[in-house]
Write a protein of this length. Structure first.
Length: 532
């Protein structure tokens, strides 16, 4: 009973992040927007799955769609687990409270992992639901399919989440021994992500021949990953022994991890807290220097940023990837990027590199959660005699301090390999600066509109809040808009490459100035309404 009470209390605080609050109509369901967004994304994925399933159905190979979706969701769960395990399992704000209560260690670690699994279920359904519907449409399966598919949906994220938690456990174990624990966590987690990324990149050739080799690919998947093969066997012909094996392969590692991790879980958290306290005492012993208001706020923003591994990883992974791809660009030239994208763009190396920077910066939004991360201290910040415009500007400056070095390193890497004119260099620098600025302004606008101050860990704000989700979609829209307008300008309007990029820079500059004006006039009015 104590276990279920603890689980209910933990989840009741965090499920609010999936709700949308209409300010003008309290009677409207707070779940409307997430449901609509879920249906839109699922429908889009369903269209893609249908296009692949249709030729397979003519060959009686529709079941392969299920195999691909299951292995894809498994990989997605692994990625999500690596990112979220730090915030949910090791760095939750209620760790001190739970450590002081007479609760079994295994109960606490069970609740943490169960909470992580629930988040995985919500995201996995985006992919699994359209796959199941498409399969039903083509094959008209019996009742057995629905029962086994429901069970498989519950089992899919268990193994990848346990593996992800194990990696997070190793990262935390090493980082808790270091005085620079946040940097260690960021570096180790980034190495894992980049390693997986390059494995995926060099396996792209096999995926391009999916349709023609679908049956052999399915055989490889089912042999390597037993749960997929067991699931396909069970939906075709139920076998009690196969079902027992499937349950055992998923549930036993879950139980073993809880039992083993509970032995060392508190020790790692305790070491991490002790290291943080030492760093805090060291900081307090230093002489406090007088700074300008803006620089003091910038320092506060940087301290907050580098104190959260989840925040750093979620916002710098694209930037790190940009640098890595730029180095890859040096080694293999534009052929490497063409291979990465999977298509022959018939474009110059400069254009590909330009859109690489555009994509990385458009998808990086540090400010989309910077206001929410103020938490309850927002009331203290409001009480200070500081203009809200100054606070906003400090957050924008922080974005430049964090992101611009990555841009400069990438550009330097590019010019070491390719000849570049002063004009082209200026285009890269200016477009990079504008993208950093417009992403920062958009993030602040969205976060001002949809703040979330009541949170238990950084993951809720950085990865699962309304402002972060909306900012990512807007960033994606900016990149797609620029890509489409470039193609239209070059192919249909016969503009030169230089003119097209200059026009894009001009349009982005005008839009950013308009948005900045809105932020500086509308933002303070919303800021006054913030309260905890």
């Amino acid at each position: 009973m104590k276990l279920f009470s603890l689980l209910r209390a933990t989840l009741s605080q965090d499920m609010n992040l999936f709700k949308y609050e209409f300010k003008n109509d309290s009677k409207v369901s707070k779940k409307v927007f997430p449901v609509l967004l879920f249906l839109m994304v699922s429908a889009s994925l369903g269209v893609l799955i249908y296009r692949v399933a249709k030729p397979l159905a003519s060959l009686n190979l529709t079941f392969i769609i299920l195999s691909i979706c299951i292995i894809g969701v498994t990989i997605l769960s692994f990625f999500e687990g690596i990112v979220k395990s730090q915030g949910i399992i090791f760095e939750s704000k209620d760790n001190d409270l739970l450590l002081s209560l007479p609760i079994k260690k295994s109960y606490i670690i069970f609740v943490r992992i169960t909470k992580l699994l629930i988040f995985e279920y919500l995201y996995n359904l985006l992919f699994l639901l359209p796959a199941f519907i498409i399969y039903i449409y083509f094959e008209h399966p019996g009742f057995n399919f629905y029962v086994i598919s429901f069970l498989m949906t519950l089992l899919i994220p268990i193994i990848p989440t346990i593996l992800a938690c194990f990696i997070g456990y190793i990262v935390k174990m090493f980082s808790s021994k270091s005085n620079s624990k946040k940097l260690v966590q960021l570096l180790l987690t980034s190495v894992v992500f980049i390693g997986i990324f390059f494995i995926n990149m060099y396996s792209r050739k096999a995926l391009q021949t999916f349709i023609s080799n679908a049956k052999s690919i399915n055989e490889i998947i089912t042999k390597i990953y037993y749960p997929t093969g067991a699931y396909l066997n069970l939906i075709n012909e139920f076998n009690f022994l196969t079902l027992i094996k499937l349950l055992a392969i998923n549930i036993l590692p879950f139980i073993l991890f809880i039992l083993i991790a509970s032995k060392f879980y508190f020790r790692i958290i305790s070491d991490s807290i002790n290291t943080s306290n030492k760093q805090s005492k060291k900081y307090n012993s230093n002489m406090i220097k007088k700074r300008s208001v803006t620089m003091a706020l910038v320092k506060k923003e940087l301290t907050k940023y580098f104190s959260s591994v989840t925040y750093m990883l979620n916002t710098t992974f694209g930037l790190i990837l940009m640098v890595v791809l730029s180095v890859l660009f040096i080694v293999k030239g534009d052929a490497a990027i063409n291979k990465l994208l999977g298509v022959n763009l018939n474009a110059t190396a400069f254009v590909i590199f330009y859109f690489l920077i555009l994509f990385s910066l458009a998808m990086t939004s540090i400010t989309s959660s910077s206001i929410s991360l103020e938490g309850k201290s927002i009331n203290i910040l409001k009480a200070l005699p500081i203009k809200y415009q100054t606070i906003l500007n400090s957050k924008i400056i922080t974005c430049f301090i964090i992101e611009m070095p990555f841009v400069l390193i990438s550009i330097i890497a590019y010019i070491l390999k390719f000849d570049i004119s002063i004009l082209s260099l200026g285009q890269l620098l200016i477009s990079g600066a504008i993208l950093i600025f417009i992403s920062a302004v958009i993030g602040l606008l969205i976060n001002t509109r949809y703040p979330k101050f009541n949170w238990n860990n950084d993951t809720e704000v950085v990865k699962q809040s309304m402002s972060s989700t909306v900012s990512v979609f807007i960033g994606m829209g900016i990149f797609i808009f620029n890509l489409i307008t470039y193609i239209v300008a070059i192919r249909k309007l016969h503009f030169s490459q230089t003119l097209t990029i200059n026009l894009q820079i001009l349009v982005l500059l005008i839009i950013s100035m308009i948005l900045y004006h809105v932020l500086m006039t509308w933002g303070p009015k919303e800021y006054k309404k913030f309260s905890i």
